[in-house]
Design a protein around this ligand. Structure first.
Ligand SMILES: [Zn+2]
Length: 453
């Protein structure tokens, strides 16, 4: 459900403003928006060990994520643009959305892959016999044919009007509440695809606030933590006002995906096949250190081999990629085979770290804050004394540093680290052959380190 039309509404983040926010007004590349906040100490002293981007010496990171919506979430409101299944019966699609949960979980279980499911609000309900109303039972006058809907019905009909007020048993297409527990027990994370499945760029900030709160409230009813990550319905980030972005931030959203693929908003360059050339998480322009955007790759049967190319691009650039689809798109034998192929390829590649998207983003944001500073240099004994500071609330297990090739011993808080051989593991230690040290750096902690060369 990727939008392809540029928006016309006022209040859009204009290209000019976007460039200014990106710090790239003077003709610089938009990719400048991706510049990370590298701690000054890293650049100042050339011989200081360099932090690796990903844990345990992994070269790149991969997330598997799904947009997962009930009949209410999006399907009943079908918008034509960029949706390959828009002409199909929405109840049939909702049944496939359900089915795709089982098929994807079955693909990931034997590979020990934990994925992220971006859910809409009705996914949390076991039914709605009580006839609860949400967000004040809104009507969205922007849901017009001009904006890509198949009719103008939603300009006069409340968005949740078709709720059959049934149960999981009577209307399994409408409520997915019975699927929440199995999903969480398997280790997957559930994040926000908005409660309403609305167009992010067309709603006002107050609606955003209500929507994010309502999603969190219903999630809490099912024991699911508040959302930290959000996937835009219809990739509708284009047109988001600053005030709307503020609401996401205030609600605790720290990472976003399914960003608009409109050229003026795209943070990543893609080749002619749609492969992201330098796939890596980027701070959202103007929200550096607070909100991270992640590049995604729409995985379909015809793009399976391109996905393998995309993995290699991620490894080459030390980045990350989010492979995604709707769960309804992983139900046919061909679709399952495609996902199985990519998932197996990723799970068996020692260079890749696979984790839920929110965990990848949280890791990446925390590592950007870690400081590596020279404590004192004992040149005569060839010792390098360092101080590692993690000012964040994120525990960094398996944080990896590149150390000088001539390193002979590594001490952390005066305890010598074990010298490891062979494959990298999550254990603390150091690998002479790779000149890599891996250690656990707890949250809000300073560690002393000594490197003997
Ligand atoms: Zn969606």
């Amino acid at each position: 459900m990727k939008p392809t039309r540029p928006g016309q509404q006022s209040g859009f983040l204009s290209r000019r403003r976007f460039l200014r926010l990106a710090g790239a007004l003077a003709g610089g590349s938009l990719l400048a928006a991706c510049a990370s906040r590298t701690p000054a100490s890293l650049g100042d002293t050339p011989f200081l060990p360099r932090l690796a981007t990903w844990p345990a010496g992994r070269r790149a990171a991969v997330a598997f994520t799904f947009d997962w919506e009930t009949a209410m979430g999006g399907l009943v409101h079908s918008r034509s643009i960029g949706d390959p299944n828009v002409d199909q019966d929405y109840l049939l699609r909702a049944r496939r959305m359900r089915e795709g949960l089982a098929t994807t979980m079955a693909i990931f279980a034997p590979l020990a892959i934990r994925a992220t499911y971006y859910a809409t609000g009705y996914n949390f309900l076991r039914g709605n016999r009580e006839q609860r109303q949400f967000l004040g039972n809104p009507i969205f006058p922007w849901a017009t044919q001009a904006n890509g809907w198949t009719s103008d019905r939603w300009t006069t009909t409340p968005w949740f009007a078709d709720d059959p007020f049934g149960t999981v048993e009577s209307h399994p297409e409408w409520y997915f509440g019975d699927l929440i527990e199995p999903l969480r027990e398997a280790g997957h994370t559930i994040e926000s695809h908005t409660f309403s499945h609305f167009h992010g760029g067309l709603v006002d900030p107050v609606t955003w606030r209500l929507d994010l709160q309502t999603w969190n409230n219903l999630a809490a009813e099912r024991g699911v933590p508040p959302a930290r990550s959000l996937a835009f319905p219809w990739s509708s980030s284009a047109g988001m006002s600053d005030a709307s972005w503020d609401e996401l931030e205030l609600a605790g959203i720290t990472s976003v995906t399914r960003l608009s693929n409109q050229a003026q908003y795209s943070l990543w360059e893609v080749d002619q096949d749609g492969v992201v050339l330098h796939p890596r998480p980027c701070w959202l322009p103007g929200r550096e250190g607070r909100m991270m955007a992640c590049p995604d790759f729409y995985l379909t049967v015809s793009r399976t081999s391109l996905a393998l190319v995309q993995i290699e691009r991620a490894v080459e650039t030390g980045g990350m990629i989010d492979f995604w689809a709707h769960t309804e798109e992983v139900v046919s034998a061909e679709q399952i085979a495609s996902w199985q192929r990519v998932a197996t390829r990723v799970a068996n590649d020692i260079r890749l770290w696979v984790a839920p998207l929110d965990e990848l983003a949280t890791w990446s944001a925390a590592v950007a804050e870690v400081r590596v500073e020279a404590d004192a240099l004992d040149a005569q004994r060839g010792d390098l004394h360092l101080q590692l500071t993690n000012p964040t609330r994120t525990a960094l297990s398996g944080l990896t540093l590149h150390v000088p090739a001539a390193t002979q011993q590594v001490f952390v808080e005066d305890v010598e680290l074990e010298t490891l051989r062979g494959r990298l593991s999550w254990r603390m230690g150091w690998w002479p052959a790779a000149a890599l040290v891996t250690l656990d750096l707890p949250a809000e902690t300073v560690l002393r380190m000594r490197i003997v060369t």
